[in-house]
Design a protein around this ligand. Structure first.
Ligand code: NAD
Ligand code: WQD
Length: 337
């Protein structure tokens, strides 16, 4: 059984990926410092796959402990690196936390992996690296624009660091997966998104409003130059995102990669407006959502959706689930909380 290290493996996307990896027959080792997740996620993973991954509560900002940990697990085939801080607004107020947590931890991991004869690395990147792209849909060749937040900058810097590492060491293979807007939960409703405090993202805010945890959703602006005036995003089911990691890993395992650094967009290829997302919620839940239009949110891009041709034809991955599927799973998950 090939051993894979998943950092941040108890988080939202990480936990779904651990499930997908275990289902595909990999042995998984998780490190997480539980800064944005709960140890109970292990129960959910066990309930779905009948296995628990090996788990270590480790803060990757601790360089020495990270080195020791990787030495102990010298036999891992690859690392999937999810661990990071991800709140855009928080990153503006506390940029150093973001540079430390998202950049330092990446460097510590790469320094250690770089000593191996052969290293395989999958990085959680983001559509945020494109900023407001001039042309839709966004391809992997679209320009990387000046980052709009320290968080976005850590993803750009992260990709650059990995790319340079790959250039300097041809035995270091990496794939950056640029997620668009992951939403939803595992179809079993045993794992899902666990936002701490007030959700910043649209879908958990909608499901919490639907269930009465929040009173009303604020829709940030309806005068954008889109069909209904609200912003457009590419919402992708988290299970599709998780499966892409297994496929990326298999690409490295089977030596199918064309370059030792590759980047792929993970999206559905379809843009949905905020009002369309609300309609999707209303369809799957049979409930009316309480919402009002408020001022635009500073820093929002108007439209972002992926060109998925490269992911489809080169990586061999395609999103299977629709917006309604994802929303249905998000709503079912919310009702378990
Ligand atoms: P998440 O916060 O749910 O998961 C991240 C996990 O990493 C958490 O369990 C947290 O406890 C852990 N972690 C954070 N810092 C750590 C550290 N120093 N040491 C050990 N563990 C640490 O986030 P997520 O939504 O699952 O995102 C996973 C990755 O995907 C992140 O890198 C994020 O930037 C990226 N990403 C997320 C989205 C999204 O919308 N969710 C979109 C694009 C990219
Ligand atoms: C989606 C749409 C909002 C909340 C963020 C990060 C990005 C990436 C994905 C990690 C927008 C609108 C939202 C609300 C609303 N993460 N909205 N009311 O902004 O596309 O991207 O998550 O890499 O870096 O910035 O996602 O879910 O916050 O917003 O009207 O209460 O919903 O204006 O149009 P976003 P989101």
């Amino acid at each position: 059984m090939l051993k894979i290290l998943v950092t941040g493996g108890l988080g939202y996307i990480g936990s779904h990926t651990v499930v997908a990896l275990q289902e595909a027959g990999f042995k998984v080792v998780v490190v997480d410092n539980l800064s944005n997740s709960s140890i109970k996620v292990l129960d959910g993973i066990l309930a779905i796959t009948s296995q628990v991954p090996e788990f270590e509560n480790l803060d990757l900002r601790d360089k020495l402990k990270t080195q020791q940990f990787l030495k102990k697990h010298y036999d891992i085939f690859g690392v999937i690196h999810f661990a990071a801080s991800k709140a855009v607004g928080e990153s503006v107020g506390n940029p150093l936390l973001y540079y430390e947590n998202n950049v330092n931890t990446l460097i510590y991991l790469l320094q250690e992996l770089n000593k191996k004869k052969n290293a395989n690395f999958i990085f959680s990147s983001s559509c945020t690296v494109y900023g407001q792209a001039d042309v839709m849909p966004i391809t992997e060749e679209s320009p990387i624009k000046l980052a709009e937040s320290p968080y976005g900058n850590t993803k750009q810097i992260g990709e650059a660091i990995i790319k340079d590492t790959c250039k300097s060491n041809l035995n270091f293979n990496a794939i950056a997966l640029r997620y668009f807007n992951p939403i939803g939960a595992h179809t079993s409703s045993k794992i899902g998104e666990l936002p701490i405090g007030v959700p910043q993202n649209l879908v958990p805010y909608i499901t919490q409003t639907g269930s009465g945890v929040r009173e009303q959703l604020s829709v940030f602006g309806d005068t954008y130059s889109t069909l209904d005036g609200t912003c457009i995003r590419d919402y992708i089911h988290v299970v599709d995102v998780a499966n892409a990691h297994v496929i990326a890993l298999q690409r490295l395992l089977n030596n199918e990669h064309q370059y030792n650094f590759e980047a792929f967009n993970l999206g559905t290829g379809t843009g949905s407006s905020v009002l369309e997302v609300i309609q999707s919620f209303e369809r799957v839940s049979n409930k009316k959502l309480n919402y009002k239009i408020v001022d635009k949110r500073k820093g929002d891009v108007v439209t972002a959706y992926a060109d998925t041709n490269k992911a489809n034809s080169v990586l061999g991955w395609k999103a299977k689930y629709s917006l309604d599927d994802a929303m249905d799973s998000a709503w079912k998950w919310q009702q378990t909380l």
